[in-house]
Design a protein around this ligand. Sequence first.
Ligand code: ADP
Ligand code: ZN
Ligand code: MG
Length: 628
Amino acid sequence: MKTETDKTNKPETKKNNNSNNSYYGFLWAILIILFLNGMIFPLFNQKRIVGTDYGSFIAKVEQGQVTRATIKNGQIYFVAIDSTQKPTTYQTGEIHDPDLVNRLLEAESPNPDGKIAFNEIVPQENSPILNFLLLWVLPGLIFFLIWKQATKSIQSRMGSGGNFMSFGGSGAKIYAESDIKTNFSDVAGQDEAKEALSEIVDFLHNPDKYTKIGASLPKGALLVGPPGTGKTLIARAVAGEAKVPFFAISGSEFVQMFVGMGAAKVRDLFKQANQKAPCIIFIDEIDAIGKKRDTGFGSNDEREQTLNQLLTEMDGFDGRKGVVILAATNRPESLDKALLRPGRFDRRIQMELPDLEGRKAILKVHLGKIKHDNINLDIVAQATAGSSGAELANIVNEAALRAVRMGRQQVTTADLEESVETVIAGAQKKNKILSPEEKKIVSYHEIGHALVAAMQTHSAPVHKITIIPRTSGALGYTMQVDEGEQMLLSKENLFNRIATLTGGRSAEEIIFHTVTTGASNDIEQATRLARAMVTRFGMSEKYDMMGLETLDNAYLGGDTSLACSADTAADIDREVLRIIKEAHEKAREIIRQNMDIMHEAANFLIEKETITGEEFMQIVRKAPTPRP
Ligand code: ADP
Ligand code: ZN
Ligand code: MG
């Protein structure tokens, strides 16, 4: 059985390519000059006029190589064909030679009529000045105009709060983006966060309202929450709503190879932001630089310098000017205390995983972007408890892809349900075929989970059971869906959940008198739950309300570290084992008492490979067996 998925944090990549406008202009101009010269030079080369002496002129005439001749401005121009048959235009001075005309008339010529053509216009050589103008000044002018245009458009963009601009004495570029299209309506749910941030938007819109009273806005707000809950999204939305430039930079970008560069970058960032005020600076994944400073070994000089610079800059600038700093992190507990004190990131905006209504709203936002027929949002939202906004966005996209694969024009509820399973349990592994024996074991295993769940009062109803192998490795799974959202889990809830997890293995034991590897995921989950009951939730008699473990990364999977003596640790293990054994025994008991349901439902599953919660419950209801 598999009910939980790893939440992976997708790295956000952002590319800014528009920085090098002037370089491109320059390159273009060079290219144009080369191109023009390439075009023009051959033209001139062809008509190049070669100076020669009168003697060779006469010689060429007599050898019958001359095709044309003309006299102009005291110069004789003539075209002669040499041994390679290439016509060349020559020029020579005119010498008093009364016989010349006759000589030309009599001479042979390569022309078809055998005569030298007279007085044809010999192409005029461009004056050197014109040459110079054409070859160098004109392209230069073109280049200059292009360059001028480029700088003008960059300037005008900067003036109008432009799309992109680049700067940075640290050699690293920082970009201000304006004209952001994202706004609050793109962020579904998260009403508390939106409310907290709309004050910032209001301040950026009309600062007078606040400054009149003497109020200054909190300089920074820290967005905190698990990955994929829309922190980056909402920061952009603030900029979009306030219609101010948006400087986005990721914490890791500050950490440079060379010591001191990160600090320089922070300085640059604030300098530029001050000039562009009102504006928003957004530092994503701030934990990359904002980690607690420590003195021990392995401290990171560069990171600390960068952090110190950030602290200094945040103190140094005037909150009334309208520079608002937003930062996001999913590891708030690792941040340096100095970052969180008043005057710095003193506002903390919590972005939680969406609840049922939130999930519906997020699905609606993302479904708005695709074609779909009437979708039953409730079903999908109920089946996705614990999913983040990013996962929901992914589910909708997977559904759209599936619709395309099926050759349909619209996304249906079935597409969404299937893609929920794909995202939770992995894609169906079509070519993996279970042997009949395996199929039987997997079926009984899954029905074991479902039956134990169904027979207990405090557990979520079964939604669907399948025995189609998934790419994640699960051979089958039982999907349980809570109808409402459960905020508080009682000791009974947790215990029943553990019992349900042991139900699969219990069925194997009772029906086949053997155990398989199929329960490994169940074992992992059951142990984790039982452990948390003892160490963190105070749900064991023995340790009462003593905290034995602390949660380190609440938003990133939740690693824990023990906070007790080694003796106690060993005893915790015994306590955990006791709980699991008790739950396992309960599951076995339930299955033993409901064997006819087991067989009927398992046979149904073996035959159909999928059984819905409703079908399963019908089998359960009509069974006359006594229930515990
Ligand atoms: P984070 O920065 O918290 O890790 P992102 O803001 O990068 O998460 O969210 C990733 C994507 O998930 C967003 O681009 C958006 O498509 C989707 N998403 C997350 N939360 C929401 C939400 N509340 N409403 C709508 N879409 C969301
Ligand atoms: Zn299982
Ligand atoms: Mg993010």
